[in-house]
Design a protein around this ligand. Sequence first.
Ligand code: HEM
Length: 506
Amino acid sequence: MTFLLLPFWGQCFLAVVGAIASYVIWAQTYWARRGVPHTRPVPVLGNLWDTIRGRRSAAEILGEMYRRFDKYPVVGTYNLMRPVLLLRDPALVKQVLITNFSSFPVNEVVYPAGKDELLSENPFAADATRWKDMRLKMAQSFSPARVKLGFEDVRSSARALAALIASESGNSSMEASLLARRYTAHTSTRALFGIESHSLEIGQAPGVFYEKGHEIWNGNFISYFRILAFFNCPDLLPLVGYKMVNSDTVGFFRKLVVDSVEFRQKEGITRDDLVQNSAMLILKDGKIDEAALDTVTGKALTTFSETFETSAMATASALLHLAISPQHQDRLREELRGAFPDGNVEHDKLMELRYLDQVLKEVLRILPPVEVIRRRCEKTTTLQPEEGDAVTVEAGTAVYVDIVALHHDPAYFSHPEEFWPDHFSDEECESRPKCVYLPFGDGPRQCVGIRYAMQLVKVAVATLVLHFRLTPGPEQVLPVQRDPASLVLGIKGGIWLRFEPLDSQA
Ligand code: HEM
């Protein structure tokens, strides 16, 4: 009755508010209507709102749900108003990543071709059809033989890093993430273009390749909103725009590809790298094919940026954990000195070292650079947990795996909050179910750069542990805390280490 007494505009206003409220209630009762155990969302804002404010990471919030709903295989939650299914049971993780891959073949956000030089050419954001071809080509570039071929370049970069540290550290501490990014900028520039980046030059600034890597990962004010849309509301991307990398940086890599191809043509140089492969693709009758150049630039950006940040942070995090656990550092140095008495690492022996492998696996367990896997269901599918009722996932639903929560679950790791390389002893590994240790994901979409990344990290860590004793600097914030605002792994306050030179043959 009161409603009818309102003026017409008042009735319209109330009708609109009522319709919106009904939609929000309907959207945010998705899991309740399906009888799935679920969290109570903040109206409209859902459960991951703190990630938008940069207060907590998605992994932290999902981790709380993971622990709170410990009797259930899944938890229904909301990213703003979109329903998200958090998988708890490793049997379900295995079905989504591996055995039922055809129903979950894409990540949550798909970038259409040509929208962004970086993400449109990265298999990570490709739709199922474009992904197959991209993945195949990238996997060929990172085959075991190709990665091994690059070992010499990686080793000489690690030596340059050690020389830089020796000349600049003195008695003061150095920021290890910066050092590690200078190392990855240097190695990937060599591997991709066959040129010197000058990122590890003694007495010099980190250089333009370091700056480009930093720009790609830190973006600007506009890309910040696009990143928020990417993680929280992908439907907004067509409105806010897809471009994540600024045009100067794209132009820099584009020019680098063209200049390198032309220089090699002129000088008759051949070398098995991206430039050589690009030459075949971008030169048509002696002229540059612009469309092919876009694709090649995207590939260069993808490989450069993926290597720059994730591998650097894994390296820096390994150095930090060894610095704060001297007993593990000593044991590792003993193994390395036994294998390389002259202080020079070699490929085959390095890859076989048992304790080094355990240490790095543990580093990636305790602080995995990528925290959450976010897949999208493409075909309505019923999943069967280890125990309890089957769960039906409708097409279009986002499905998340919280890597951090699984890595810190005492059901799978005996000392979940400690740095404990024996988590990767044969005994502990044998008793662990599949799909609870996922630093590189799993299944057909598992990280394609895994071998290259592990080679980079192993060579740097082994070289530095052979040449320096590592201790935390006085600036180091302990206990170590992740920075929730970082896109991949960031450590609050940075990673401050002292490097005391050693006689590697002692
Ligand atoms: C320690 C370093 C690294 C870590 C921890 C890491 C981790 C990951 C993770 C967790 C994924 C998602 C896997 C999934 O969805 O199942 C991924 C995907 C990917 N990574 Fe890495 N990564 C690292 C280094 C690299 C490097 C060096 C490259 C390339 C040069 C690379 C290229 C990629 C690509 C292209 C994908 C998407 C694969 C696809 O969707 O098919 N990553 N990575």
